[in-house]
Design a binder for this molecule. Structure first.
Ligand code: E4P
Length: 214
């Protein structure tokens, strides 16, 4: 399973790239709004630095506006992926962008039927939001299982990005199910790295080494 970083923060992307474990980035309007500076310049910087897909969301609600924004963003860099919330308008836009060779990420996916529609429209990626489903008392990981099964049943090549990840365990579960990608906040990435037994083990090795007979 591939790992993307879910952030618009430059320092976080730089640190994760340095670790060598992420191969893409997803942003959304809320994440971008938290950061200052020139958003477009930062997106282009991420494209070069990461060398993989960088999802950038359109804000228009109508097909014409979505297409205009998508084409402008896609022209910035070959690694740009256009993120569109799944709606009746956006599905047609996804189909058109796919025909133009522009990669898309069908986002805010909360049902298997939405994932079927995204795949039928030719989306490169679909992003089911597990954390937000859990927030309303549903089981986000069950949705990932359903989409994986459906996509395998029919050979859809749309890649599943497990999004709205709130715990390291959800990354493990996503990998066990066979999701293609998990997009994770930097905090979760750091939680994946650490384990108390690793820290204790390092401390013991260092203490034993210091006591060695020389
Ligand atoms: C994914 O592409 C989204 O940016 C993200 O995972 C949303 O997560 P949240 O529900 O924690 O805001």
């Amino acid at each position: 399973m591939k790992l993307f970083l879910d952030t618009a923060n430059q320092a976080e992307v730089e640190a994760a790239v340095k670790m060598g474990v992420i191969c893409g980035v997803t942003t959304n309007p809320s994440l971008v709004a938290k950061e200052g500076g020139d958003y477009i310049q930062r997106v282009k910087y991420f494209c070069d630095l990461v060398g993989g897909p960088i999802s950038v969301e359109v804000l228009a609600n109508d097909a014409e506006g979505m297409l205009r924004e998508a084409r402008e963003l896609a022209a910035l860099h070959e690694n740009i992926v256009i993120k569109l919330p799944i709606t009746a308008e956006s599905l047609a836009v996804i189909k058109q962008l796919t025909a133009e060779g522009i990669k898309t990420n069908a986002t805010l996916c909360f049902s298997a039927n939405q994932a079927i529609l995204a795949a039928q429209a030719g989306a490169t990626y679909v992003s089911p939001f597990v954390g937000r489903l859990n927030d309303i008392g549903q089981d986000g990981m069950t949705l990932i299982e359903e989409i994986r099964t459906i996509y395998d049943n029919f050979g859809y090549d749309t890649e599943i990005i497990v999004a709205s990840v709130r715990s390291p365990r959800q990354v493990t579960d996503a990998a066990l199910i066979g999701a293609d990608i998990a997009t994770i906040p930097y905090k979760i990435l750091m939680q994946m790295v650490g384990h108390p037994q690793t820290d204790l083990g390092i401390a013991k090795f260092e203490a034993d080494w210091a006591k060695r007979n020389s």
